[in-house]
Ligand binder design. Structure first.
Ligand code: GLA
Length: 399
């Protein structure tokens, strides 16, 4: 009798553990997602071949070894729904399952894109009314990541269903994101869930509760410093909302795009690492220069981004056009970034780094993560940074 009672107890306990155990989907994005996304370079020109060559280049360039994982197809892959509502990819993507298999065969993961509205931002088929069907479709293809972009949900649902009632509109938006999260979860496949609604309604406050692993906090980035600085500045004050499994997303990288100088590419990458931002390269990987590749695979900088403590950096102080940001790291270490946003080397000359304004006392041993050398930081140390360049250091034992 006693044996069967304890057996019963064990069975019930095991059943309980199995039912309440979080699905694996909740364990994704424990550090900010790293990978590539098609939009910033290819926009609507993306096709199957471009995605395959991006995956090949991610391996050949050393990016995969440096931690990049996701190969993400953005907008314009969608075709039409058939009579049963099943969505098909368009002629640029003849066989999505075969493409996913190819990306997986490289040891990488694959992402896709949709909208809670009837149409995507580029006017392709969205998921409205087909959320579960689409989530199942993604899972059947082997998709590992979904970017879900608000777009036509604004005019077609929010504004139509609740004209002039912002509060109801926001509730509709929350519900739409929660609905897809549920649909993704019910597939049983771990799928990173990326919210893209440009930061509306302080998304950082509610995105984790609707299952978001990351959420855009800004409008679209462009390959110029004004856009990069704007998106960066908008992260100030948001550090408390980021952590393992849930990240602020100041948008994808423009490293290697447009006419950004090497200093600008370096500082963009550095600041995204300080912000614990997703590192989704957005350039033409097979044709990038060695200098751009070296920026993207700088392991010391990637280690800042991927630090296991998962604490986003904050702006410590600004003096003239120089910004100083700090980021606490695992094991009590600290990253410090000093960024010259000025257009003139001498615009704030002479700039002195004030350790006391970061609560630190010099002298401090630090590693310069772009120079690769050890250096010493002293109180009120003069620094001359070239236009739009950055000093990024790691202090192992700050005091
Ligand atoms: C929006 C998003 C971009 C991109 C495009 C695609 O603008 O913010 O990141 O996905 O849509 O149409």
């Amino acid at each position: 009798m006693r044996i069967s009672a304890s057996l019963l107890f064990v069975v019930i306990a095991a059943a309980l553990v199995l039912t309440v155990q979080p699905s694996r989907a909740q364990d994704v994005a424990l550090t900010p997602p790293m990978g590539w996304n098609s939009w910033n370079y290819f926009a609507d020109k993306v096709n199957d071949q471009a995605v395959r060559t991006a995956a090949d280049a991610m391996v050949a360039s050393g990016m995969k070894d440096a931690g990049y994982v996701y190969v993400n197809i953005d907008d314009t892959w969608e075709g039409q729904r058939d009579a049963g509502g099943l969505l098909h990819s368009n002629s640029k993507f003849p066989d999505m399952k075969a493409l996913a298999d190819y990306v997986h065969s490289k040891g990488l993961k694959i992402g896709i894109y949709s909208s809670p509205g009837p149409k995507t931002c580029a006017g392709y088929e969205g998921s409205l009314g087909h959320e579960e069907q689409d989530a199942q479709l993604y899972a059947s293809w082997g998709i590992d990541y979904l970017k879900y972009d608000l777009c036509s949900f604004i005019p077609e649902v929010m504004e139509k269903q609740a004209p002039n009632d912002k509060a109801v509109q926001m509730r509709l938006m929350h519900a739409a994101y929660a609905k897809m999260a549920k649909a993704l979860k019910s597939t049983g496949r771990p799928i990173v869930y990326s919210l893209c609604q440009y930061g509306w309604d302080a998304v950082w406050e509610w995105a984790p509760s609707v299952g978001g692993n990351l959420w855009r906090t800004t409008d679209d980035i462009g390959p110029n410093v004004q856009s990069i600085y704007t998106n960066m500045s908008m992260q100030a004050g948001l550090a408390a909302y980021a952590g393992p499994g849930h990240w602020n997303d100041p948008d994808m990288l423009e490293v290697g795009n447009g006419k950004l100088t090497l200093a600008e590419n370096r500082s963009h990458f550095s600041m995204w690492a300080m912000l614990a931002a997703p590192l989704l390269a957005g350039n033409d990987l097979p044709h990038m220069t060695p200098e751009i590749r070296d920026i993207l695979i700088n392991r010391d900088v990637i280690a800042i981004d991927q630090d296991t403590l998962g604490k986003q950096g904050s702006r410590a102080y600004v003096e003239g056009e120089v910004e100083v940001w700090t980021r606490p790291l695992a094991g009590g270490a600290l990253a410090v970034a000093v960024l010259n946003t000025g257009d003139n080397r001498y615009s704030t000359h002479p700039f002195h780094l004030l350790l006391s304004r970061m609560g630190l006392h010099g002298p401090l041993k630090a590693k310069d993560l772009w120079g690769g050398k050890e250096m010493e930081l002293s109180e009120s140390m003069p620094l001359e940074l070239p236009v739009h360049d950055v000093l990024l250091v790691r202090i192992a034992a700050p005091k």
